[in-house]
Design a protein around this ligand. Structure first.
Ligand code: FE2
Length: 437
């Protein structure tokens, strides 16, 4: 059982700070304290930070929001998305087989038409769509297998443009593999020099096992040289012989990079035999590697070569969580060649993970909420700036729900999004008028 679910610390609780005028006051909110007990509080915000959390604040504020007893939560974290391909579904054609490999072929054609304006227009639209639904931290992968690095330059510029309302991390991702073309390693190194925050990779898509291992070694060298984090697409395949996660864990341990290393997808872990999977679990825990599962896309992409029984294709989220390994959930794709659905709503992602991984117990549901909030911040190495605590940046959301459980149950609306101490987005709750008996 997780000892760290929903780690919202409510510091300052019990103090009634009457002394000031706040920029923003949230009244009658419910927050979860460190022992997961719901607590009714007022939250005062000034200078972009949380200034006070108390059962009742008598002070005045420039702007007041009545939370009406609803949940005030840290923002959602999108720990894995591809903004360069977002909103391109059907261009130049639809992925009719639904496989990863047809998706890569379609993207290979689409990316020849990329311009900075094209990438930025779709990326900003996606970010606004996500932010309006409570996402304020995003890690995006960007394909750097393409010689002009157009998409990378577009997203690096956008990272600066949006920094006053959303935090964006950019992963240099060699979509076609480092060794599929002679220039790809150079392009990856160039992408890091241009300012990518994180070094990516795709060892299971390299031509041989040996090339895959070599690619992991290369990625760690680039990351260490440039003092960058690592986030690899790792074993996104149903092949039980795809075993690059052990290589990543070994390098994370040997180099001491530990929690700066993330393995995304790790679908093959769902196909490993138990003996190997549980040996690996111990190595993962020791290495402190983060895992990101992308349940919406992997429930549709994987298992395509199976008849029945048909594998779910999502990594062993429940068991990883039970073993104390940091797991978060991401979208991966929103309306692109690999996944032609998606609206950017993290409750959709968490809910799919909850279902596919059979995490329906109350503690498990709470853990799934943590996987779209706190665990994602930990994976992005932004934990210090994240959470509902006095002195931290005032980034939070209010949901039309009293608890994470209720938020999943009703796919609650995020009614208010506060970023850097200011109201960024407000969404009214839709009400049904009933005319029947
Ligand atoms: Fe991905």
């Amino acid at each position: 059982m997780s000892q760290n679910r929903l780690k919202y610390s409510v510091e300052g609780l019990g103090e009634n700070l009457l002394t000031t005028q706040y920029d923003l006051m949230i009244r009658h909110a419910t927050v979860l304290n460190s022992s997961q007990t719901p607590v009714k509080v007022d939250v005062g915000v000034s200078g972009g930070k949380i200034s006070a959390i108390s059962p009742q604040l008598e002070a005045t504020a420039t702007q007041d929001i009545n939370a009406q007893g609803n949940l005030l939560s840290p923002p959602f974290v999108e720990s894995h998305i591809h903004l360069d391909s977002a909103l391109t579904a059907g261009e130049p054609r639809w992925n009719e087989s639904g496989t990863l490999f047809e998706g890569i072929q379609i993207w290979g054609d689409r990316k020849r038409q990329l311009t900075v304006e094209d990438v930025q227009k779709r990326a900003i639209q996606t970010l606004k769509q996500q932010a309006s639904q409570g996402v304020l931290l995003v890690r995006t992968h960007v394909d750097v297998s393409e010689p002009s690095l157009t998409a990378l330059q577009a997203l690096l510029a956008l990272r600066e443009e949006v920094k006053d309302w959303i935090t964006l991390q950019v992963v240099a991702f060699p979509q076609d593999g480092i060794y599929s073309r002679p220039d790809n390693e150079t392009l990856l190194r160039e992408a890091v020099q241009l300012g990518a925050d994180v070094v990516g990779g795709i060892p299971h898509y390299e031509l041989t096992r040996e090339d895959g291992v070599k690619s992991v070694q290369c990625i760690f060298e680039i990351a260490q040289d440039g003092d960058r984090a690592i986030d690899l697409h790792c074993d996104e395949i149903d092949d039980p012989q795809s075993r690059f996660l052990e290589v990543v864990a070994a390098y994370a341990s040997h180099t001491g990079m530990g929690s700066k290393v993330t393995a995304s997808h790790t679908c093959a872990m769902g196909s490993y035999d138990n003996g190997y999977a549980y040996k690996l679990m111990g190595f993962l825990k020791r290495s402190q590697v983060n895992i990101i599962a992308n349940p919406l896309i992997n429930i549709t992409l994987q298992g395509r070569s199976d008849t029945y029984p048909k594998r779910r294709g999502v990594t062993r989220v429940k068991e990883l969580w039970q073993n104390g390994i940091n797991v978060s959930f991401g979208h991966d794709c929103i309306q692109d060649p690999w996944y032609n659905l998606g609206t950017g709503n993290m409750l959709d992602v968490g809910s799919m993970g909850l279902h596919v991984c059979q995490m329906t117990g109350q503690d498990e549901i709470a853990a799934c909420y943590e996987m779209i909030t706190h665990n994602g911040a930990k994976t992005l190495n932004l934990e210090d700036e994240y959470g509902i605590e006095v002195g931290k940046p005032a980034n939070f959301i209010i949901l039309d729900a009293a608890s994470p459980y209720e938020a999943f149950c009703r796919r609650a609306t995020v009614t208010h999004v506060v970023s850097r101490g200011k109201l960024l987005a407000r969404t009214p709750v839709v009400e049904t008028e009933w005319f029947g008996d």
